[in-house]
Design a binder for this molecule. Structure first.
Ligand code: URA
Length: 229
């Protein structure tokens, strides 16, 4: 299945994946920034997570998967849980779903080496890639909230129902939540959040990619409006 062309805007040179009008004014929004909250030490938090035995997943994990990317970035992506590749390598979204996520980010002129921070709701792989259990999500979400607080993203991109449920506290299906900008209140700050389908779901259901593209455009507009306000 060819994934790449789906995320290229038509009639654009490949090195400029966004149309000029979208690209204009993005530079400041997409720069890595040093606005992270230093009252939370992400290194210390990662060490704490690495020792965590709060749920049974500690018995089956190869290692914990804390985050990837640049803390303090304007965009933070939140996924569900590590899969087999992530459990082996210790970084989120490094398997096939991660490659698709990278293509989606690239379409916005963004990437995890310079201006995106990425984490999951769960820091340990559920065996056999089963769905996270409610108790596991409850145990692990405080770590995610601390990561968000430390990184201070301008916008959150929540992919898949477990990230959405954990942070928006809703059981509604993604189809009913897409298309509007939500907000998460954290320590008195309202953080805009755009929701979309999980890249792993898009790999199974490529016909849904056009909806995901619409979500990326909303994410792009949201990032732009924040830098211009
Ligand atoms: N799916 C996720 O939600 N997170 C990962 O890190 C990998 C796959």
């Amino acid at each position: 299945m060819g994934l790449g062309p789906v995320w290229e805007l038509r009639n654009q040179p490949s090195e400029s994946p966004l149309p000029q009008q979208l690209d204009a004014g993005l530079t400041a929004a997409r720069k890595p920034v040093a606005e992270s909250n230093h009252t939370i030490d992400l290194g210390a938090l990662a060490q704490e997570v690495a020792q965590c035995k709060a749920c049974g997943l500690c018995q089956t994990r190869t290692q914990t998967v804390f985050a990837d990317g640049v803390p303090g970035s304007p965009l933070m992506v939140v996924g569900e849980a590590p899969g087999a590749d992530e459990d082996q390598q210790g970084f989120p979204f490094v398997g096939r779903a991660g490659q698709l996520l990278d293509k989606m980010l690239h379409a916005l002129g963004m990437n995890r080496r310079s201006n995106v921070y990425i984490a999951n709701v769960l820091k340990c792989r559920p065996p056999g890639n089963r769905n996270p259990e409610v108790s596991e999500v409850e145990q692990c979400t405080p770590y995610l909230l601390q990561q968000i607080q430390a990184s201070q993203p301008k916008v959150l991109f929540l992919v898949g129902r477990f990230a959405i449920n954990a942070l928006l506290n809703t059981e509604k299906p993604i189809s009913q939540l897409r298309g509007v900008v939500h907000h998460i209140e954290l320590h008195g700050r309202q953080i805009p959040a755009v929701v979309s389908y999980h890249p792993a779901y898009l790999l199974r259901r490529p016909e849904e990619k056009s909806k995901s593209w619409d979500d990326l455009l909303l994410l792009n507009n949201t990032l732009n409006s924040i830098v211009q306000s």
